[in-house]
Design a protein around this ligand. Structure first.
Ligand SMILES: CC(C)(COP(=O)(O)OP(=O)(O)OC[C@H]1O[C@@H](n2cnc3c(N)ncnc32)[C@H](O)[C@@H]1OP(=O)(O)O)[C@@H](O)C(=O)NCCC(=O)NCCS
Length: 203
């Protein structure tokens, strides 16, 4: 039986679990550090904590972290790799991903998302529902591009940045690491690391 272990029994985890089923995983099980307080999420069982998972690498060889917090997701993804777990890459069958694009392990691309040629998505990132990332973009590790975001061509987005729902980024803009872009913002200038920007134009 082809079983995928998902770390993070959350609402986001439910979306990730369904994508896993759609792309052919026969069984999906969860691990969450809230175990045994949390024993299920949606239709799926929570079998233990992260440590329970890493102690059973022979049984659950492939995993993905479905935790919304970017730094926790990236940290846990790296931890699982260090413990010899393989990270899955989940691409919703209703997403459109160029054959010239690259989506790294531990990342999920959701329904209706479009990723155009020569764009790279770093590990443990979330490319959420109905967003688009145009050509020649460099998206770092542990990034979250929220539903309905539009990223124009040639944009770079640093590690751990979060683009809020419905925001847009003008072509060739450079967004630093750990930046938060507010919902609905329009980014027209480069953004230095660690800033929170919002509004139109985003400031
Ligand atoms: C920008 C954001 C991070 C700010 O969060 P926060 O620091 O908790 O801010 P607050 O809610 O306390 O609001 C502070 C002020 O900013 C304003 N504000 C909040 N979000 C804003 C946004 N996206 N655009 C413009 N103004 C915004 C508030 O109205 C408030 O204004 P006021 O001081 O005049 O009353 C947050 O509002 C946001 O947009 N998050 C994105 C959420 C999202 O995309 N979720 C999708 C997950 S899949």
């Amino acid at each position: 039986m082809k079983t995928l272990a998902i770390v993070g029994a959350s609402g986001h985890g439910k979306v990730v679990a369904e994508i896993a089923e759609l792309v052919g995983w026969q069984e999906v099980v969860f691990f969450d550090d809230a175990f045994p307080t949390v024993l299920s999420v949606g239709e799926w069982k929570v079998l233990g904590t992260t440590e329970d998972l890493v102690s059973q690498v022979d049984r659950y060889s492939t995993a993905i972290v479905a935790i919304g917090d970017n730094s926790v997701r990236l940290k846990k993804s790296r931890y699982l790799c260090s413990k010899s777990l393989k990270l899955a890459t989940l691409l919703h069958p209703g997403s459109i991903i160029s054959k010239y694009a690259n989506v790294h392990s531990g990342s999920v691309v959701m329904a209706g998302a479009v990723i155009n040629p020569f764009t790279s998505i770093g590990m443990a990132s979330i490319i959420n529902t109905g967003c688009s990332v145009d050509h020649d973009c460099m998206v770092g590790e542990g990034v979250h591009i929220s539903p309905g975001v539009h990223v124009a061509g040639g944009v770079s987005i640093g590690d751990l940045s979060w683009l809020g729902i419905g925001s847009a980024v003008k072509h060739c803009v450079e967004i630093g690491s750990s930046v938060v872009v507010g919902a609905g913002a329009v980014v027209v200038n480069n953004i230095a690391p660690n800033l929170l920007v919002k509004g139109i134009p985003a400031k």
